[in-house]
Write a protein that binds this ligand. Structure first.
Ligand SMILES: C[S@@+](CC[C@H](N)C(=O)[O-])C[C@H]1O[C@@H](n2cnc3c(N)ncnc32)[C@H](O)[C@@H]1O
Length: 247
């Protein structure tokens, strides 16, 4: 082991208020911060604006969807190189590092190189972004369970009906396919759907429809990533959900 170490810190979904105290302490003690774009950069900017002085060098490895200026291999090498040089490195990742964040891969890579790794959990967008629209993922009598899925994955095998909430991350580009598959299963075409774009950001916006209508609504409103898609009866609890007019 070397003196340097890596701390994987979850920055939360983009508001410094949702960074943990332990995460803030790690940032304050860091000499190098290797930061993602989504969530992480916004949190660093907010901390600076609020007068939290961070001494660390910040290295931006920000990933845009489908566009990776710094490859995952290069990020892994960067972490090891700085830690081997004896520096305290924070790898600042959006949301929680272990939820579709490749955090475990980075941890294993560093540990294989003899670097100590600590993980500081973050608030995942899968839960916090729906909450912005007043959507709980479970609610007694409405939904007893939820599944978080990346839309890159197969959703064909998802069990349950509309009382089993589905949260799609990275789901905007494949929304048509997901809506079609889920509508033809136990949920039905009139199952409520919400899309929450750019949670905690300037472009925060909520679009509510059903599995039958959401694709056309998203196209009309030019919905963009990043966004969290929530599918299930819990969506009807949102103040953004307009009740159907009485027949
Ligand atoms: C690669 S995943 C990383 C998830 C992250 N580890 C987490 O726990 O939130 C990126 C996806 O998370 C979602 N996401 C993250 N932050 C978001 C935000 N502030 N607003 C809306 N969606 C967000 C989007 O679905 C985005 O495509």
């Amino acid at each position: 082991m070397t003196d340097g170490a890596v701390t994987l810190v979850g920055a939360g979904p983009g508001d410094a208020g949702l960074l943990t105290l332990r995460g803030l302490r790690a940032l304050q003690e860091a000499e190098v911060i290797v930061a993602d774009r989504l969530g992480a950069r916004a949190v660093l900017a907010q901390l600076a604006a609020e007068g939290h002085e961070l001494a660390a060098e910040v290295i931006d490895v920000g990933k845009l969807p489908g566009h990776h200026p710094v490859t995952q291999d290069a990020i892994d090498e960067l972490l090891v190189t700085h830690a081997r040089a004896g520096r305290r490195v924070v790898r600042l990742k959006g949301g929680d590092p272990f939820v579709f964040g490749r955090g475990r891969e980075e941890q294993l890579f560093c540990e294989a190189a003899g670097i100590r790794v600590e993980v500081v959990s973050g608030v995942t967008s899968a839960v916090a972004v729906p909450a912005l629209a007043g959507i709980p993922l479970t609610q007694r009598g409405v939904a007893e369970t939820f599944t978080v899925v990346s839309a890159h994955d197969q959703i064909q095998t998802l069990p349950g009906g509309r009382d089993h909430t589905v949260v799609l991350l990275m789901g905007v580009n494949t929304l048509g396919h997901s809506a079609h598959v889920l509508a033809s299963g136990g949920r039905g075409a009139d199952c409520p759907v919400a899309i929450i774009e750019d949670g905690f950001g300037d472009g925060q916006r909520v679009t509510v429809g059903t599995l039958a209508t959401i694709v056309a609504l998203a196209a009309a409103r030019q919905v963009r990533s990043p966004a969290v898609v929530v599918i299930g009866d819990v969506v009807a609890l949102s103040p953004f959900a307009v009740p159907e007019p009485a027949a």
